[in-house]
Design a protein around this ligand. Structure first.
Ligand code: PHE
Length: 446
């Protein structure tokens, strides 16, 4: 069975010892949530696309990418932890499910340069930036992770890339007038965003040697302004939606959205930041961003251009906008969920009665080799129970003082988003979990 090819989205790939993508994960590659116009994630995607009218918009690039695209093309070191099989779903050593939309940066820039008509034709709005000098990519991304109300091994990201010729930047610097730039979206709400820049561009987050201080400063300012505009537009809509559904106490009537930029590190940007916005009393991490590594533009055949990039998760913002309390709901096909939303509209989710939950504990001794990765357990449980598993939590961990053996106890929380589950059904699942962790993870049940 291990030698059989693995099929993903209609294509076959050879297996090797890197292969760890489970059937439960592969099933998700076909769900295409971003193409259901009344799905909250698709609504948010469209809202963001609208904020960037001069960018090419991509939302239909396959999640199967090469290891080169996902890591090497972006300058990840050979031993970067993100490459590990415990974090990433591999189809085989050379092919994987993208872990982020940055996987498409080089390919899309190069497509514009080399005039790759097939790839360029995937854009929804081919005239906006015909050579991909500016583009957005919305897509499903895959990461091995723990399971709870805000973590799911598949989620969605929006990548933004904006490049300039060096001559263009000089012109902007002379004019000192970013607001006149055609890429800026016009604010319709009139609300003010405050920029609190807390970062220090220092030795460990430097301007790249290929860039002048001026160029880097222009790119950072331009990026921050555009991201700021977008976030303000969207959060203003969220507040308006909450007001109109009478949910105003949660919303207050926030009209200012302070933003802060925290130093961050990515192999493919420098300097880099994490953007956070103060929304309803909490600092929310919105996205990572920064000045693109010049090597990427050089490799794409455009050494005369410089650029910035951001990448952010759609789920977190969608949960806020629509008041969705659990990330698993995005995958629900219950009409009580899917029926609540309509294209172009932000409205607050009305919770429906939850089906009763059922918890089961499992305790075991770890294998003596010490070779146990929690994410293997997470994937196994998800593979067996599918979306019936709401969470898996470590509740006890100790080492026996005499034998030196290590013990773990995990609590698995089962609950369906869509229907009532019987105790019998859960017992059968739990029994499978118990058998599989013994046979596949080499643990000993207690
Ligand atoms: N790809 C990064 C992530 O998934 C985000 C990012 C995108 C950071 C673009 C900088 C520039 O965490």
């Amino acid at each position: 069975q291990q030698s059989e090819d693995i099929r993903v989205l209609g294509s076959s790939y050879g297996r090797d010892k890197w292969t760890n993508a489970t059937p439960a994960i592969l099933e998700k590659t076909g769900r295409d949530l971003l193409h259901h116009p009344s799905h909250p994630l698709a609504i948010l995607k469209e809202l963001i696309f609208k904020e960037f009218p001069t960018f090419a918009h991509y939302d239909n690039i396959s999640p199967v990418v090469s290891t080169y695209q996902n890591f090497d093309s972006l300058g990840f070191s050979k031993d970067h932890p993100g490459r590990s099989v415990t974090d990433t779903y591999y189809i085989n050593q050379d092919t994987l499910l993208r872990t982020h939309t940055s996987a498409h940066q080089l390919q899309l820039l190069a497509a514009g340069k080399k005039d790759d008509p097939e790839l360029l034709a995937l854009a929804n709005n081919s005239s906006a930036s015909p050579r991909n000098e500016r583009f957005l990519v919305a897509a499903d991304v895959y990461r091995r992770d723990e399971i709870d109300a805000s973590h799911y091994p598949v989620f969605h990201q929006m990548e933004g890339v904006c490049t300039f010729s060096r001559a263009e930047i000089q012109k902007h610097i002379r004019n000192r007038n970013i607001a006149a730039d055609t890429t800026s979206s016009t604010g319709e709400s009139g609300s003010v965003a405050k920029l609190l820049d807390t970062t220090v561009i220092g030795d460990d987050n430097p301007v790249q040697p290929e860039h002048s201080e001026e160029e880097a400063a222009f790119l950072a300012d331009h990026m921050k302004q555009m991201m700021n505009n977008m976030v303000v537009q969207i959060l203003t809509k969220a507040v308006a939606a909450q007001k109109s559904t009478g949910d105003a106490d949660a919303a207050g009537s926030q009209t200012e959205f302070p933003v802060r930029w925290i130093d961050a590190f990515f192999p493919f940007t420098s300097p880099s930041w994490e953007m956070e916005v103060l929304f309803q009393g909490e600092w929310l991490e919105i996205c990572g961003c920064g000045v693109m590594k010049q090597a990427i533009l050089d490799d794409a055949g455009m050494p005369d251009r410089v650029g910035w990039a951001f990448g952010f998760g759609l789920e977190r913002l969608a949960m806020l906008l629509f008041g969705i309390p659990d990330i698993r709901l995005f995958w629900s096909s219950d009409p009580r969920f899917t029926g609540q939303f309509a294209p172009g509209q932000i409205n607050t989710f009305k919770p429906f009665s939850r089906h009763p939950a059922c918890t089961k504990d499992v305790s075991f001794w770890l294998p003596e080799s010490g070779d146990f990765h929690e994410n293997d357990l997470m994937d196994m449980v998800r593979e067996i129970a599918g979306d019936l598993v709401e969470g898996v939590k470590l509740i006890d961990s100790f080492t026996h003082p005499k034998t030196g053996k290590a013990s773990r106890c995990y609590r698995i929380n089962y609950c369906s988003m869509d229907r009532n589950v019987t105790n019998e059904e859960i017992n059968t699942i739990q029994e499978q979990v118990r058998q599989r962790i013994v046979s596949q993870l080499g643990v000993t049940l207690r």
